[in-house]
Each structure stands twice: as C-alpha cells, then as structure tokens.
Design a protein around this ligand. Structure first.
Ligand SMILES: *[C@@H]1O[C@H](CO)[C@@H](O)[C@H](O)[C@H]1NC(C)=O
Length: 306
C-alpha cells in the first residue's frame, strides 16, 4: 500500500481534528418542473448538470415516485452516491418506504451512502424520539450493510429532544438542518447564525454521546436561501445575490470546517404548493435551487474555492 493513499483516508476518518474539508452534496427533488415523477434518465441529466460540483445527493422518500428504483441506476451510471430517505411519520408511509428499499437496496449498497429515517420528525412532533429510534433500528436491521441515521432541525439536537436516539449508541449518522433564512436573519448575520446552529447541534450530540462520539458522523442535512422571486421571511430577503453570498460564506465556510453539507437544493421545484412558515405567512418554496428547473445555473461562479 502506498503511503500517499493512506494519509487522506486517515484524515477523512477524523474530520473533527483534521483539516480535511467536508463533502458537499445536494438535496434533490423527485419531480420534474411539470410535477411528473423523475425517471432514471431525468436523474442522469441532473447528475450531468451538477457533476462538476458533487457526486452526492440526498432524497426524501423511497416509494413516492419510485425514487429509490429510478435513481439507483442513474447513480451507478454517473458515479454518484445517494442518501435515500424513509418517511417514518405514519405506519403506512414507513412500511411503503421500507418495502421499496427492500426491492432496491440489496446488491446496490455500493451507491448508497446512507439511509435517513425521518426528515424533521422531531421538529414536527410527528413521533417521539423513542418511537423514531425504534423505526431507525428496524431499518438498520433490514439493511445491515448500510449506514442508517436521521435528519432533524438543528435545535432538536441542541435542546435534547433527540437524546434518546443519540444515547442509544445504535445510531451514528446525524444530519442537522439549519436555515438562517427561516430564523428571519438579515444576510449580515446569516453566516454567524448558521455556524452557531451547527456548532450547538454538533457539540450537544458529542457531549451526550460520550465515548461513542468518535463513531458519529455529523453533517448539515439542509441549508439554503431562496433566490429572486421567492418569499421574504422577516429580515431575510429572497434574492439571487443574497443566495450567492450565503452559499459562498456559509456553505463553503462550513465545508472548510470539515463538516459535510447538503445544500437545499439542486434545482427549483416549480410544482411545489405554497407552504405556511412559523410566522403564519404563506411562502413560495419554488425558488431555492442553485439551478433553475431547466438546469440553468443562477450565477456564474457556482462552487466553493479550493
Ligand atoms: C445574530 O446571530 C446570533 C447567533 O444566532 C444571534 O444570537 C443574534 O441574536 C443575532 N443578531 C441579531 C441582530 O439578530
């Protein structure tokens, strides 16, 4: 074995104490601009578009739009790795996603970076941490060769809500979402807020994990900023210029700290209905892409400096 090939592996295994950069990935929707389900070919076009920035994406459910079945062959073809999602909030959605994964995952573990059970379940109070832990363990038992974890809002890790999952010692992959935008932060304080959110979530997880902390992989599951045409949220203003600033300062900055980031999101999702935020106001969620739905970049120097 060549020494030069050993060193980067050692660094990658110990991000907290090394200068290794975090890995950038993208959140990826499973529908085309017209709301139809993406096919394997659509995923291939997505991967061709973002392939110079990343080879990692995360998706949210396995059965909806046959996401797992459609995306795996595209990932194999284009050299991508995928984090697959399970929606555990309801027994039916959980069973459906686990069944879909049972058909798609075995034999394809080489392109599956991880499976995440839950996306902000604790934040929405859909399940208790104990119940979510049970569902994560069920999935881990079914797919013993795959890393299985969960994703929640940063504050649910920081405030102890997720402690039963962390202290079980059975789950070692945690992604914390953090949006300074949804915290109504002016762009001038957005990077600071984002770093602080991530630092609080990471520190709490490591503290309560105790000796198991060394086995835990922590990353940012989602961050982002809406571009021009999106809805403002308090002092946070939707603008392509500000989205660019947030990307370069916050996202590239966290990667420099050695923390993995999934940017929300790769492409606009124009079919999305308006949603209601914590401030009670309807908001447009269709303009969060780094690229338009037609796969055109929104600014010219997308990417982080090396
Ligand atoms: C700036 O961000 C920090 C960290 O999140 C926060 O504590 C502070 O209140 C923010 N400042 C303003 C003016 O909102």
């Amino acid at each position: 074995m060549r020494v030069s090939s050993v060193v980067p592996l050692l660094l990658a295994a110990a991000p907290a104490v090394s200068a290794a950069k975090g890995t950038l990935g993208f959140a990826l929707g499973n529908k085309n601009a017209d709301g139809s389900c993406k096919t394997t070919n659509d995923y291939k076009l997505d991967f061709e578009t973002i392939g110079h920035l990343t080879t990692m994406v995360r998706t949210y459910s396995a059965k909806d739009c046959n996401t797992a079945e459609a995306i795996i062959p595209a990932a194999k073809d284009k050299g991508f790795k995928v984090v697959l999602g399970v929606w555990p909030d309801y027994q039916e959605s959980f069973d459906d996603d686990v069944n879909a994964l049972s058909k798609s995952v075995p034999g394809n573990e080489d392109v599956i970076e991880a499976i995440t059970v839950g996306s902000e379940v604790l934040y929405r109070k859909s399940l208790t941490a104990q119940k979510l832990l049970e569902r994560i363990e069920t999935v881990q038992t079914k797919f013993p060769k795959v890393t299985v974890g969960t994703v929640d809002s940063w504050n649910k890790f920081a405030d102890g809500t997720a402690d039963p999952i962390i202290t079980s010692g059975k789950v070692n992959y945690f992604l914390a979402n953090g949006f300074a935008y949804w915290q109504g932060q002016d762009i001038s304080n957005a990077t600071n807020t984002y770093f602080d959110d991530m630092a609080q979530a990471k520190a709490h997880i490591e503290k309560v994990a105790g000796d198991n902390a060394k086995n835990i992989r922590f990353g940012n599951g989602e961050t982002g900023w809406p571009t021009t045409g999106g809805t403002d949220y308090g002092a946070a203003k939707a603008s392509t210029e500000l989205a660019q600033e947030h990307y370069h300062k916050a996202v590239c900055g966290l990667l420099t700290w050695g923390i993995d980031v999934f940017y929300f999101e790769a492409f606009d999702e124009p079919y999305k209905p308006k949603s209601v935020g914590d401030n009670g106001q309807a908001s447009d969620e269709t303009k969060w892409g780094l690229y338009t739905a037609a796969r055109k970049p929104k600014w010219s120097d997308i990417g982080c400096p090396n």
